[in-house]
Design a protein around this ligand. Sequence first.
Ligand code: CU
Length: 416
Amino acid sequence: MNKLLAKKKWFGALLASMMLVMMAGEASAHGERAQLASMRMRTVHWFDTKVEPLNVKVGDIVTVTGKLVTSEWWPNQLASIEDTVFLNIGVPGPAFLRLDSEVNGVPMMRSTAFPFGKVYEYKTVIRARVAGRYHVHPILNVKDAGALVDKGTWVEVAENDSAAPFVNEYTTMPGDTINLETYALGGVYTWHLIWIAMGVAYIVFWLVRKELFIPRFIRIRSVGNDRANELMTKRDFVGGSIFFTLTLAIILGGYLWAENKYPITIPLQTGKVEVPPIDVPTGDLEIVVDSATYKLAGRSLTMNLTLTNNNKSPIRLAEFLTANIRFMNPEVNEGEIYEGEEMVAKAGLTASVNTIAPGKTVKVELVASDALWEQYRMTGMINDPDSRFAGLIFYYDDNGERYFQEVGGSILPEFF
Ligand SMILES: [Cu+2]
């Protein structure tokens, strides 16, 4: 018997440590790898993500800017971003304060809705609160669908010189200056202690009776449910009533205390804000996706496209973006890479035709291939029940003007 018990304990410890290891593994992925390949390809195309500066001290400001396009190929089974969405920053723990954020110039402290196929330029200002090294991600919380995460950028937060405690001061509407790090903490502690004392007292009251749940349960079983009332003595009844009355009195007292201490309050605000969407800046390039295949062994996505250049200027195919991975065409060599930016395949895109002359229609084979497909678990794409892909194609005209538009469609896996 003892041996079995020991074995069980050992197994429990093993299971617990395995779970810890698994959680630690997840923590370094934060969603850039963990989410379904189809969800990353066909929900939101994040790009131009810029986090700066990358080295700060506690109390310093970090700005996260970037753009996103909501996909026209949004999966049917997923709740829509056209309903309710909230822009935030994804970091493990409360390491930063979110001070300000805006989308297309509109303040974004509340939720909004993003119609499909439009461009949204966002800016979020955060302040470093706790020293450490953080993978900072822009994140969209879509109602009923969950979090959609952009790739992360490492930010190093050092202790500030004075090593003074972090202060987060605000002036309230009535004009008091408060430090949100410590504000009303005394009240929080006191009320927790009161309720813990009540709970302990209640358990002690029943312990003193020496008959807790199991002996009572056994007795009810032996005397039958009809005589269950006999188990309740007068002392039990009086004690229980006192606890009941006391609980209600404390709740009422707490309410009156809070009303007296904080006479002016407003409820948490939950309204929705409207954002004017920006149209995708297509540069008169007509794109028809003829077919697309995904080669498992080659870790590459091949798109066969028919492109018609209706622009007056020649067009250069520079980049393909999907699942936050940038595949850049080294022949064209355009598109900025930001400091600390990850998930860039600098020579990841090859085009059978790099430049399309004005007025011409050409068949182009675009191949996006890199080990990043494997690294970011894009191979999971073949397990998709609807086998579709989407991404953004970036191209430039003669003046160096950048355009982009979304492509998407069915995709067939190729195993050999
Ligand atoms: Cu991350």
